[in-house]
Ligand binder design. Structure first.
Ligand code: URA
Length: 232
């Protein structure tokens, strides 16, 4: 990759700004001051700006424990965005592999790997998403049966979860393959009840660790990625 593109991508500057700082002699590559903006550098090259190592990245995937009140969107203006919780020069490249509603909490996966994001959200790939749900009313046996059999959740929309388990009088675990807009809330509504709390705790075989505090995030390693896509 050209040096000006490397600086622009990994420092987060425009291409013209990165050319200017290279020409001003502020960049070194493997210890040598370089003013040639078109120099070919590799991801593993040691590039520094003003003496500080520039951190390069290729694909980045993270998991976030989303707190309530944050939107999973770049465009919505209603409230703070989940991207504000993440620090790093890769943030602008991240896409969300399955959104959560503003009032929902729990596991959100973000990645700059488009193919991976598509695998997680595509219904055809059958990646499970498990939600803990608190309801307004006691869940009746009839409601449970209806949800298990599947319900119309829109004029021409049928939803049949993979599993619905009772966790308490007003608590359920619902597992979906798809993640259609407000799918859990609409399913519970169609059964005659209302969701008052929604928390995603699992995607594929990856569980949200209890050690990851609300608002915190971590990079995912190869093993965790395989847990999500089922390759493990
Ligand atoms: N279903 C919903 O209703 N909301 C979510 O955030 C996720 C799934």
């Amino acid at each position: 990759m050209r040096l000006d593109r490397y600086i622009s991508r990994f420092v987060g500057l425009s291409r013209s700004q990165s050319r200017s700082i290279i020409r001003n002699g502020r960049v070194t590559v493997n210890g040598l001051k370089i003013r040639d903006v078109s120099l070919d550098v590799r991801l593993e090259s040691e590039v520094s700006l003003d003496g500080t190592r520039v951190e390069a990245f290729d694909t980045v995937t993270i998991m976030l424990n989303k707190p309530a009140g944050y939107v999973c969107s770049r465009s919505e203006s209603e409230g703070p965005k989940v991207f504000e919780l993440i620090q790093g020069n890769f943030v602008d490249e991240l896409s969300i592999a399955g959104r959560l509603d503003k009032d929902a909490t729990g596991l959100v996966i973000l990645s700059n790997d488009g193919k991976f994001v598509h695998t997680v959200i595509s219904p055809r790939k059958k990646v499970e998403k498990e939600y803990h749900v608190c309801t307004e009313l006691k869940v009746s046996d009839e409601q449970l049966t209806c949800m298990r059999q599947g319900l119309m959740i829109g004029p021409e929309e049928f939803s049949r979860p993979l599993a619905v388990e009772r966790r308490g009088d007003k608590e359920l675990t619902i597992t979906l393959i798809e993640g259609r807009f407000h799918e859990v809330k609409r399913l519970v509504k169609a059964s005659g009840n209302t969701v008052i709390r929604l928390h995603r705790r699992r995607i594929g075989n990856l569980l949200l660790p209890t050690s990851l505090e609300e608002g915190s995030w971590v990079f995912l390693d190869e093993e965790s990625l395989k847990k999500i896509t089922g390759a493990l």
